[in-house]
Design a protein around this ligand. Sequence first.
Ligand code: AHM
Ligand code: MG
Length: 340
Amino acid sequence: MVHRSQITTLTQFIIQRQSEYPHAKGAMTRLLNDIATAAKIVNREINAAGLVDILGTVGKENIQGETQKKLDVFANDMFITALKGGGECCAIASEENEKVISFSNEFSELGKYVVAMDPLDGSSNIEANVSIGTIFSIYRRVTEAGGGRQEDLLQPGIHLAAAGYIIYGSSTMLVYTTGKGVNGFTLDPSVGIFCLSHPDMKFPTHANIYSINEGNYIFFPEGVKKYIKYCQENDSETFRPYTSRYIGSLVADFHRNLIKGGIFLYPGTTKNPDGKLRLLYECNPIAYIAEQAGGKASTGFKRILEIEPKTLHQRAPFFVGPKHMVQKVEAFMMESQGNE
Ligand code: AHM
Ligand code: MG
């Protein structure tokens, strides 16, 4: 229950932070508020999903060739509507749409930001009542005028203006960064307000979790196999053997690892050398948050945020977590590189 004298709401927090950006005119504040509003509506639908006829599929496939769930479609529409109506965003790239959605009405094309999003990540978990999430990235447009274009979205992660995720879990949280630390807000459902609950989030120094879909083991690169072995060895000084935890919902796996200390791995495989996760919608925003929380994100060989994207839906091998853990897996990858 919120007691107004003790809390900082998301809106208050963003406005306070705005004073740190002397030239800011409030556009980012409004944009983040639009995202938070859409998140609350999506959250309501997710909570009601067991009760209404919204679970299940709509019988279509998205651009990735996966079956779209009804809630995916709902979440996608909701974020697009909120961002279009808000006027601060001139284009969106979504995991659910093949092409950039450009807003070219007089109102929205003035927006100086573009948003890349995975509206409902981990959606294969919906029926099982497992935590799912929304992931968003915000860039400043690079084109001059009119509706936003693909080139506005094909920017490397180092140019992110902000990124965040919403986790629809046992409570609903919004976690975001604008490049000055990471802050987490928990939704108080009784009043529908996100309240600051996790200020200045950092990976803990005691980290002993590894998260990977080990079912793919035989397809993993040698370096990853060696790293898994390393995680399972006994060494109390480095808190090994680590604990294995894997939900299969990136937001939920990453969020747990951020709070409790752990590394998440989705490597390339012999079948899919670039792995599964999408650079724009999943890897970059989570990498930006991880770095802001004192961690690291890598393909095993290269910093995720420095990859120059070529296409909207491209994928990347993804290792993210506390610095020392990611450095360790990178060392195994480098060492094994010549032997494969
Ligand atoms: P989605 O965007 O279609 O939901 O897929 C992404 C999800 C991530 O949330 C998760 O980390 C990963 O897929 C799990 O993949 P797998 O089932 O291969 O382990
Ligand atoms: Mg996804």
